[in-house]
Design a protein around this ligand. Structure first.
Ligand SMILES: [Zn+2]
Length: 230
């Protein structure tokens, strides 16, 4: 039975790398996929991974109809054995419905890859629709790490290194952005540090000026009212 599978995770958790790996494994078995993406960091019509791999893809812009595109491709004698949709968080809910129809009516496997939640820890509309419709949701096993070493489960948007919680849902930036004033970047954090709005840069700044934050307590060494001996 063909399936709609949603591979979800934070930024930087290896989604695009896995998408390229699936494409590689299937083409080694003689299968031909149709690859779609939206606003990839490598530019229009590209699917790229942070590890440096890149392949051509069809840009699924706003208003793009996946179902109509694939029906037209197949009826012209084109081949398609399965579908990959990367950056699926940027898709509109009705585009996710089209992908479900591709599974049900064209009987193709569809592998969608996307970030689950935005920088305010709210679901992207495309990801929400995928959670609602997917036959399976796979949370990626390649774990991104917060600066503290804990598992990163949340995406933070930064401006000049400081976490922000207001603004448009989609603003292009990268996890490798610097701390330059005004530069929009993204950083993956554990929930604790997302709630405290503490990025690597602000944690570094706090470490340099100990007055800013109370001395952290180690739970296992805690004596009430006294800082832990370290
Ligand atoms: Zn953390």
């Amino acid at each position: 039975m063909p399936e709609l599978v949603f591979f979800s995770g934070t930024m930087d958790c290896g989604k695009s790398t896995l998408a390229l790996q699936i494409e590689h494994n299937r083409s080694a078995r003689g299968l031909q996929g149709m690859i779609f993406t939206r606003d990839d960091r490598a530019g229009e019509g590209k699917l790229s991974s942070r590890l440096g791999l890149v392949t051509d893809a069809v840009e699924a812009a706003e208003g793009f109809d996946f179902y109509a595109y694939l029906v037209a491709h197949l009826s012209k004698g084109g081949r398609c054995d399965y579908v990959i949709a990367d950056e699926a968080q940027f898709l509109a809910p009705e585009q996710i419905d089209q992908l479900a129809r591709v599974v049900d009516d064209l009987e193709l496997d569809v592998f969608a890859f996307g970030i689950t939640t935005d920088f305010r820890s709210k679901l992207f509309p495309g990801s929400q629709r995928l959670v609602e419709l997917a036959d399976r949701v796979e949370v990626l096993q390649v774990e991104a790490l917060c600066w503290c070493g804990a598992r990163a489960t949340h995406n933070a948007r930064t401006v000049g290194g400081e976490m922000v919680v207001e603004g448009a849902q989609v603003v292009v930036g990268d996890v490798n952005a610097g701390d330059d004033a005004g530069e929009v970047g993204y950083e993956v954090l554990c929930r604790r540090h997302h709630r405290r709005r503490m990025t690597a840069a602000t944690a570094r700044a706090a470490a340099l000026s100990p007055d800013v934050l109370p001395v952290p307590y180690e739970d296992d060494q805690l004596t009430p009212g006294r800082p832990a001996a370290r």
